[in-house]
Design a protein around this ligand. Structure first.
Ligand code: CP
Length: 352
């Protein structure tokens, strides 16, 4: 019997985290973490997202793949990019979307997470997209929902943010080609508190990236970071030398306990990405950031808005990638040609 008072904690992320993501045929059922998934599934997500990219450029941005499905966005933590692109992705697939405002929902009156879920589940929905400040929340929910419901992790504590990592992989593949083996990717900043960095590192290694490196002060790195298959640098200039991709991360002050840094000003002096420092990377380097960006703390405005920045492309690609994950987890992933036909037919009928 499920203890309704149980709160999700780190201990709920067991060794079987990735196993519950797959159904008995090895297809994606939930998407909770990139860790432990195979190259085939990640490549399938990227290829499926590619098949949706055209739709987002059309006059009528809609296909009927998820018509009749109900998707519930449950965001217990702030979000701009993730929540809105999940909503757009669902609408472009013709699903019905319910955005639960957790600030005004009964959770604010003390209702447990599980009771909230069971009540929404009684409304016959098909998918929960969940963001929560506790690591393990999405895994906990996936273990406790009805078997017909898929759960997508939209960010849980400092554990994982798998759709962000996949839209980042999509961005890298679009800008640098399919051979990740040739690439040097540098992730800079607050790795310790970053669910994005964890999910990116797993995804980059699964896609056989040649050189994955992290650059941060010791206080912002997990103690066992080398075990994740990355090279560690504490000096920004050395770390970004000849990089093909530089991914900047913000300082996640909401998750910091105690003083891990002297000051933001000093942090920028040592780890802030400026035009001058970016010259050390390859001349065709791309600069990425999952957002929200803190200008003048981890990145200079001239870099964030500059020619090498693909930060807003990442946001746009997030729609296609989330469309891909939604269709795959609901068992509706399309043939590429079928998506084009559906979209053309929908456009010619005026999108009704
Ligand atoms: N990258 C990201 O998760 O942004 P939001 O917090 O705005 O969703």
């Amino acid at each position: 019997m499920v203890n309704k008072a149980t709160k999700p904690t780190d201990t709920l992320i067991g060794r079987d985290t990735w196993n519950i993501q797959l159904d008995k045929n090895g297809h994606l059922k939930h998407f909770l973490t990139t860790e432990g998934l195979g190259t085939e599934i990640l490549t399938q997500i990227l290829d499926t997202a590619e098949s949706f990219a055209d739709i987002n450029e059309k006059r009528v941005k809609k296909v009927p793949l998820l018509r009749g499905k109900t998707i519930v966005n449950l965001f217990f933590e702030a979000s701009t990019r993730t929540r809105t692109t999940f909503e757009l992705a669902a609408k472009r697939l013709s699903a019905d979307v319910l955005n639960v405002d957790t600030k005004t929902s009964a959770t604010s009156k003390g209702e447990s997470l599980l009771d909230t879920l069971q009540n929404i589940q009684a409304m016959h929905c098909d998918m929960f997209v969940v963001r929560h400040s506790n690591s393990g929340a999405a895994h906990y929910i996936a273990n406790n929902v009805a078997p017909n419901i898929s759960v997508i992790n939209a960010g849980d504590g400092s554990h994982a943010h798998p759709t962000q990592a996949m839209l980042d992989m999509f961005t890298i593949r679009r800008k640098k080609g399919t051979n990740f083996g040739n690439l040097r990717v540098a992730i800079v900043g607050d790795i310790l508190h970053s669910r994005v960095a964890r999910s990116q590192i797993h995804a980059l290694n699964i896609l056989n990236t040649g050189d994955v490196r992290v650059i941060a002060p010791k206080t912002l790195l997990p103690v066992d970071i080398e075990n994740m298959g990355v090279k560690v640098f504490h000096d920004l200039k050395t770390g970004i030398k000849d990089a093909d991709v530089v991914i900047m991360l913000r300082l996640q002050k909401e998750r910091m306990q105690g003083a891990l840094l002297p000051s933001e000003h000093e942090y920028f002096q040592l780890y802030g990405l400026t035009e001058e420092r970016l010259q050390l990377a390859k001349s065709d380097v791309i600069v990425m950031h999952p957002g929200p960006i803190n200008r003048g703390v981890e990145i200079d405005s001239s870099v964030a808005d500059g020619a090498r920045s693909v930060i807003l492309d990442q946001v746009s690609y997030g729609i296609s990638v989330r469309m891909a994950v939604m269709t795959m987890t609901l068992g509706r992933e399309p043939e590429v040609e079928q998506v084009r036909e559906d979209s053309d037919e929908h456009s010619s009928r005026g999108g009704r």
